[in-house]
Structures are given as C-alpha cells and as structure tokens.
Design a protein around this ligand. Structure first.
Ligand SMILES: Cc1cc2nc3c(=O)[nH]c(=O)nc-3n(C[C@H](O)[C@H](O)[C@H](O)COP(=O)(O)OP(=O)(O)OC[C@H]3O[C@@H](n4cnc5c(N)ncnc54)[C@H](O)[C@@H]3O)c2cc1C
Length: 799
C-alpha cells in the first residue's frame, strides 16, 4: 500500500507538472507545455486503460469521488502556485472539455473518474506503458508541430517520476504506430469516452490548438513574469544610471556642466529637475485631515515614481490575455486571466523586494553612486513598498478567486499561512508608516516597522520556498543583513567614547565627541548617535556634525531639543551643575555626501536656525581646501547666509562664527527678531571666554564679558542688549549683520548676477525657507546671463 501511495505521489508530481530545480513546475520552461497540453487533452477525449486497470482507482489523501476537485486539492502537499495550480487547472481543463460541448461523451470520466491528473490512479502508469496512449501522445505532438527532442523528453521525464523508464527515442516507434493505426472517434464503432480503446486515437484537432495555446500561455506567464520583474528592475537601473551620470559629470567634468545652459537643458532643469512638484511644496508637510498629512517628493522624484507605477501597470497588462474557453481553467478565460495576474503580481513583487530594502538601508551604495540623499531614497522606498504591497494584495485576492471552493483546504497549508502572515505584516506597515504616526511616535513606528518587515521577509521566504522562487528572496536578506553588519562595524570602529554634553541657549544641546584619528568626517554629513543610558541606548538619532574648532579630533553635534530623547537629555542637563555632563555615546557614521557646490564659481550657503552646522562645515571645508583659508586670490566666491531669530541664537555657534574670520567667506547673518531681549544669563555663560578673544584681537575696547557685567548692573535691559549687540558686531566684524527677514526673491537673482560664472545654492533650515530657495533657483535657471544655477538641499526629511 505504501509503495502504491508512493507511486501515486510521483504520478501526481509527474502528471501535474513537477517541480524543477527551482521548484517551479518544470514545464514553465515551456518545453514541457506541449506534452502536458497533449496529456490533458488525451485525458478528456479518450480512455486507454479502465480505471481499475493497473491496480484500480486509488484514492489519494483528501481525494473525494469528484475527480475534478480532488485532483486539485488532493494529496500532493507541495506548491500551490505550481503543482496544485496545475492540479486544479487540470481538473478544470477537463471540465471545460465538457462544458465547452466539445467532448460530450466524456462527461462521466471528467466529472468523476479522472478529475485532476492526480486523481487518475493507474492512469499515469497507463500514460507511460500503454502503447496506444503513447502513440496518441506522439500524434498530438505531431499535430502541434512539437516533435523535437526537447518536447518529446516530456514523457521520459514525466514517467521517470513514476519510476517508469521510457526510452528517449520513444517517439519514432510511437508515431509509426499512430500513423499506421490511429482512428478518430467517428471511426471507432460505439465509441464511448469512458470505455477503453485499443488503438491510437486521433484527437480533435481544434482542441489540440486550444489546449496547446492554453498551456503555452499559462507557462509563458511564469517565465514572462520573471522578464517583467526584470523590466521593473531595469527601469530603476536606468533611472539610477542617469542619476549617476548627472552627478558624476558635475564632479568629473565641472567645466562642461557649467556650460550646460542651452535653452533645452534650461527648460528641462527649470521645469523638471530643480523645482518642487507643485509651487513651493517639497520639504513642508502637506495637511490632509491631519491623519493623512503627507510629503510631496520633488518634481523629478515624483516623475520617477509616477513612471515606476506606470511600468508596474504596464508589466501587468502586457501579454495577460488568455484564450477563449481556456481548457486549463474550466473553459473560463476570466479565471485564466485572474490566475495570470495572480502569478505575475506575486513574482514581480518578490523580484523588486530587494530594491525596497536597499532604498531604506543606511549603507545604500546607490547614495554614493548618484549623490542622492537618504530622504530621496526614502521617498523611493515608500513608493516601491506601496507598489509591492499592492501587488501582493492583488496576488492574494486573485488567488482567492482562482481557488474558489478549494480555498478552505489550501489555507491550511504552511506556505499559504506564511503568505497570509507576510500580507498582514505588510498591511500593518502601510498603516503605521503614515507620516502622522511616524512624526509623533517615531521610535514606536520604527520598532513596529522593523518587526513587521522581519515578518514580511520570513513570511515571503516560507511562502515561496517550495514554489521555486526562493532565490528571489536571497538578495533581500543579503542587502538587509549587510546593512546591519556594516552598521555594527561602524559603531565598533568609532568606539564608545565619553562625550561632553552641554545645554546651550535656544534649547540646543551641544555634544562634543572625541573621534578616532582615522575616522574621516564628511563636510555636511551626518551621523547616528546612541546615548548609552539604560533607558534609551537602543535609539539612534541622526545629527549633522562639524569638526570641532575648539578641540582637535572631536566632532560636535548641535541637537535642538524636541520631545523624545533630546527632551530626556534636556531634563537631565537642567538638573546638572553647569548644565553639562559627561556621557558615553556610540556613533554610527559618517553618512551623507558633500554637495558638488565646491565646483561652482560662486557657492551660496543659506542656513536657517539649527540648520547651520552642516552648512558651516561644508562651506568651511571648501574655503580650507581652496585656499581661502589662507586668503589667496582664487576666483571662487563663497557666501554664507545664516538666518536666526534672536541675537542670543548666535551664542551656541559663536566659536564657529569666530573661526570664519580666517577665511574670506562672505558671511551675512539675518536676525529676524532683533528687538527681542532675553536671557542675559545665557549670554553671560556663553561669553565667559570672550575677553580672551578680544585680547587676541588686540582690542582695548570692552569685551563682551565686560559689557555684559556692566550692563547687567545698570538693570537697563534694553541698553544692555544694544551694547552687547554692538560688542558682538565688533567681535564678529568679518560678518555683516542685518535685521529682519531675508528676501529670498532678491537674494537669489542678486547672487547670480554678482557671480562671474556658475552659482550653486546649498540650503538647510526651516522647510518653508528651503522650499522658497528651491523655488527661486528654479525660476532663475534660465537667467538672461546664461549662468548655470544649481540647487542642493541639505535638509533631509524622512520622518
Ligand atoms: C540627516 C539628518 C540630520 C539632522 N541633523 C540635525 C541637527 O544637526 N540638529 C538637530 O537638532 N536635528 C537634526 N536632525 C533632526 C533630528 O534627528 C531629530 O530632531 C531628532 O532625532 C529628534 O529626536 P527626539 O527623540 O528628541 O525627537 P522626537 O520628539 O521623538 O521627534 C521629533 C521629530 O524628529 C523626528 N525623528 C525622531 N527620531 C528620528 C530618527 N531616528 N530619524 C529621523 N527622524 C527622527 C520625528 O519624526 C519627529 O518629526 C537631523 C535629521 C536628519 C534626518
């Protein structure tokens, strides 16, 4: 009994299309499809062995008396997408044979006796051993024009799985037998579909065409899906390649790039690559009933994303038409097409899954290749993952429809359950990833996001493992694994130094971290910092860093106090003596890239509030490298504009402002609320060492410190502030101070006009200001002087 079941199991595998090296139905290479189509047609049109021949009709696990159904749902416990899909298709195919009215006389067998191939018991032995059955197969292949070895090997391979050896040259003898003896239904007296015949049978030729086409399309869809998935990847490859060419040409051929100001290029840049998608809305959050608030990617990012959706749609629309009365799907074209979409959406979604993970990784080599920042890749991550999830939902819905009444059986299988787990995890990610939630509870968002992403990958792994697509999951695991390993290596490379943490004015934390000598800073780059306290050591937060101007081999991070970890530190520092403490930290970085502004003839750096550190470190680095630091007369012009709210906002960055004295960076500071007089205390603490600076400058006049003390005692706040301001101005006399808001609409064209060549604007700060600068840069791309204008945004918004 055991061996019979074994043979039956093999027979199922053989008959319904076994699993290839990749686990997919082996016929998906399309060489097996003519053989399978012929076998399916033979089963519907003729009987060569009575069902009790060859050991009688065997019942398989789960098999009922209804062959069509049991064939689909029965004993074979492997893949739904491949084998079970075939089973069901087979069963349906036979039913269609009847329902289409083409095989009226086959009703009994189709409905009960044979069902899916798996239900035929000794039938498979019959396929492999009965000479008339084999001759009929040869005749069918001949009628289909598929007589070459690759097609005839179908029988050999199929029967091998039933442990029956069929000689590889079986076709020659079989076709001779067919040509000599074959008879059609009309030629056989009292022909009945259910009665075994002992001559080769001439199959209905129009059915042969239909079966062949049906099977061909079904299997072509498997292979085609791989190509369509590859097409989606190719789209991204092309986009990234163009991005890389554009980025590297600015670096390798800056002279050439500067000359790219002809009307066509300008038009393209003005309307496509530089502006926000709509008006001035790029980094600003867009409101939509509060909970659906969203960010709009830049216009070029939006176009890339829109085209991506277009490519996904196209790849699911092309070549997905089934034949009318598709015999493989119970005569239903609709069911066939549903199944095509189910298969294709599952395969393509799995194929571009690695991209979704690569785009979200911190160590994404594409950032280096294209110069696009993390937030751009995060925009791509969000949209590729949405598309992937939508495809998976389509896959699930279509399979649910395709399975019909067999769903309840299928849902008990592990691979199916894992598919559901992955889909549910994906659904949770879609909801918890909303901007509204991640803005408010970023850490909770991140934890759930990672946990669900793990479930997604594990679920997908087990779902596709036996379906033959496990190779498509490996790259995802590799990408994610490598990113995590590199992150850990980066942390250990930096070490876990004790850093000095201070609470400054403007609710800003200053973190001074000693760095290893070999750790190279990236001007304008950022690092993720862990504060190693039991309650939050596991959190890592990104902050832009600068090299310290006070302590060698240290980096400095300026962190605005917000509501999470920065607030916890704030509370701790408020209670600490001198509002300072020592704390062990872990630093992961550096990340990010400097902008190509260093290649422009004029580089204008504009920072707002806390956006200054990255802007400063980049402009300072350019000045140092290009020799401005030593006051030589190189032609490049560097401008720095910093917009702050109050005078006291300068304090926390005072040393860096002083350091600008040794450069010829033209610095302008706008103080928007210049009349505000607050926090003399902060002023005092900050300027404790400024007397020394005044001495260094050889100035006899009062230092800021002296003025502070003097004015404090006078209790006249207003005059104290103005004296202090004048001292600050004196000390920072290399900087021009203006009161009020900067007028971006004039700053941009003026800078372009004053430049002797190309101009690059780099900005970081309040999102409205950044969006405004982007807008005016786009407006001025086609300036009359035909000067090249570039815009770079250091602001990174991904949460
Ligand atoms: C590339 C980059 C550079 C940055 N540089 C600076 C800087 O130099 N100075 C500065 O003050 N701020 C900087 N930020 C912002 C800074 O990361 C957040 O203010 C900080 O993480 C808030 O921590 P929190 O727990 O106190 O904030 P919460 O009150 O929990 O959150 C406040 C805001 O910060 C966002 N946020 C929280 N955690 C993260 C995270 N791990 N990654 C990304 N966003 C997060 C939240 O979505 C929310 O919008 C930078 C952000 C990025 C992406």
């Amino acid at each position: 009994m055991k061996s019979k079941s074994l043979i039956l199991g093999c027979a199922v595998a053989c008959s319904v299309g076994s699993v290839s090296a990749y686990g997919r139905p082996y016929s998906d290479n399309s060489d097996m499809s003519p053989y399978q189509a012929c076998q399916a047609q033979i089963q519907v049109e003729v009987t060569f062995c009575e069902t009790n021949v060859g050991g009688g009709r065997h019942k398989r696990e789960g098999e009922t008396s209804s062959g069509g159904q049991s064939g689909g749902e029965g004993g074979n416990k492997t893949s739904e997408g491949g084998q079970n899909g075939q089973n069901s298709g087979q069963g349906q195919g036979q039913s269609q044979g009847m329902s289409g009215g083409q095989q009226q006389n086959n009703t009994q067998v189709a409905n009960g006796g044979r069902g899916g191939k798996g239900g035929r018991g000794g039938g498979n032995t019959c396929d492999c051993l009965n000479p008339n059955s084999i001759a009929t197969l040869a005749g069918c292949l001949q009628a289909a024009g598929k007589t070459s070895r690759k097609y005839t090997m179908g029988l050999v391979q199929g029967c091998k799985r039933s442990q029956i050896d069929v000689p590889e040259d079986w076709f020659d003898d079989a076709i001779k037998r067919f040509n000599a003896n074959a008879k059609s239904a009309a030629e056989i007296p009292h022909f009945q579909r259910s009665k075994a015949i002992n001559v080769p049978f001439i199959l209905n030729s129009s059915n042969t065409t239909l079966y062949q086409e049906s099977y061909k399309r079904f299997y072509a869809n498997y292979n085609g899906s791989l190509y369509y998935g590859a097409g989606i990847l190719a789209y991204w490859f092309l986009v990234l390649l163009l991005g890389a060419v554009s980025y590297w040409s600015k670096i390798l051929f800056p002279g050439f790039t500067k000359k790219m100001t002809n009307p066509v290029v300008n038009m393209w840049r003005k309307h496509v690559t530089v502006p926000a998608a709509f008006g001035r809305k790029k980094t600003q959050e867009q409101p939509l009933f509060k909970v659906f608030d969203f960010l709009i990617p830049s216009r070029s990012e939006s176009i890339i994303i829109a085209l991506f959706y277009g490519v996904v749609l196209l790849t699911h629309a092309l070549c997905s038409t089934a034949v009318e009365n598709d015999p493989r799907f119970g005569g239903s074209k609709y069911k066939a097409e549903i199944r095509y979409v189910a298969d294709r959406s599952g395969i393509t979604a799995t194929m571009f899954m690695p991209l979704v993970f690569l785009f979200a990784g911190r160590n994404n080599f594409l950032q280096w290749a294209t110069g696009w920042d993390f937030s751009t890749f995060m925009a791509f991550h969000r949209h590729t993952s949405r598309a992937m999830f939508m495809l998976v939902v389509i896959h699930a819905v279509c399979f649910t429809i395709a399975l019909g009444s067999r769903y309840s059986n299928s849902v008990k299988r592990w691979y199916f359950i894992w598919g559901i787990v992955a889909t549910v995890a994906g659904g949770i990610i879609m909801v918890q990833g909303m901007l509204f939630l991640r803005r408010r509870w970023y850490e909770i968002f991140l934890l759930i996001h990672i946990a669900m992403a793990v479930l997604w990958v594990v679920g997908t792994w087990y779902h596709v493992k036996d379906l033959g697509y496990i190779q498509l999951v490996y790259p995802t695991v590799a990408i994610w694994g490598v990113d995590r390993v590199v992150r850990i290596l980066r942390l250990f490379y930096f070490g876990f130094p004790r850093s000095d943490v201070y609470l400054l004015a403007d609710e800003t934390l200053k973190v001074v971290v000693p760095k290893p000598k070999s750790w190279k800073s990236i001007p304008g780059g950022h690092a993720f910092i862990h504060f190693l306290k039991p309650t939050y050591f596991w959190q890592s937060h990104p902050f832009t860093f600068t090299d310290s101007v006070e302590e060698e081999s240290c980096i400095v991070l300026y962190c605005k106090v917000k509501g999470g970890i920065t607030h916890s530190l704030y509370k701790q520092l408020c209670a600490a003596p001198d509002r300072a403490c020592k704390m062990r930290v872990a630093v992961e970085g550096p990340y990010g890239e400097s902008t190509p502004a260093k290649y422009a003839d004029t580089a204008v750096f504009i920072a707002g509030g806390n956006g200054i550190p990255g802007i400063y470190s980049e402009v300072f680095d350019i000045a140092k490298r290009s020799g401005h630091h030593h006051q030589n007369d190189r032609q490049q012009s560097l401008k720095l504009i910093w917009v702050v709210r109050e005078w006291r906002s300068l304090y926390w960055f005072y040393q860096e402002l002083l350091s600008l004295k040794s450069t010829n960076i033209e610095t302008t500071i706008y103080v928007t609320q210049a009349s505000s007089r607050t926090l003399m205390e902060d002023f005092n603490s900050k300027f404790a060492g400024s007397a020394r600076i005044s001495e260094d400058l050889g100035e006899k006049s009062e230092s800021v410190e002296e003025v502070t003390k003097l004015e404090e005692s006078s209790c006249d706040e207003k005059s104290a502030t103005s004296s202090l301001v004048s001292s600050v101005k004196k000390e920072l006399n290399h900087i021009e101070f203006r009161e009020g808001r900067p007028d971006i609409s004039t700053i941009v064209p003026e800078a372009i006009h004053e430049s002797h060549g190309s101009v690059a604007f780099v900005t970081c700060g309040h999102s409205a200001m950044v969006d405004q600068i982007r807008y005016y840069c786009a407006e001025n791309v086609d300036n009359e002087e035909r000067k090249r204008v570039d815009f770079y945004e250091q602001v990174q918004v991904w949460a």
